[in-house]
Write a protein that binds this ligand. Structure first.
Ligand SMILES: [Zn+2]
Ligand SMILES: [Zn+2]
Length: 137
């Protein structure tokens, strides 16, 4: 997503683009995406600076770090970014910042729910789906 600094209208401009997670190299072993990443940039210029209100929407799917069940996480964030205006480079490339902002929101230890009971260490049963007999004997 590129901003042509000289084409930003007085009242501001809006850019919208869908990104494929692969194009931004966002998919890693433990984090995948359902569908595209939707980006919207609300761009305005004040003399020497460009302000971008960036909103990002995507759905990731991950495996719970306790019970290993797959579940979705909605990513929905808005950030304000500021760029200096340079005469030499009248274009601003937002892609690296879009990528960074999404990576910042990667869950480190995803949990399907706050009180996920995890797996039984003995038999491997998912304890969210009911108890096993290991603990009772
Ligand atoms: Zn879980
Ligand atoms: Zn068990």
């Amino acid at each position: 997503m590129k901003i042509e600094v000289n084409q930003i209208s007085i009242g501001g401009s809006i850019l919208e683009q869908d990104f494929s997670p692969a194009a931004l190299e966002l998919e890693i072993d433990i984090i995948k995406f359902r569908g595209p990443i939707k980006a919207r940039a609300d761009v305005s210029r004040i003399t020497n600076a460009v302000t971008v209100l960036l909103s990002l929407k995507a759905t990731m799917y991950v495996n719970c770090s306790r019970c290993l069940k797959e579940f979705d996480i909605d990513l929905n964030k808005e950030i304000e970014l500021n760029y200096p205006v340079s005469k030499r480079e009248p274009k601003i490339d937002l892609d690296p910042d879009i990528r960074d902002q999404i990576i910042l929101d990667y869950p480190i230890k995803p949990l399907c729910s706050e009180d996920c009971k995890g797996l039984c260490a003995k038999c491997g049963k998912n304890l969210n789906e009911g108890g096993c007999s290991c603990g009772t004997t």
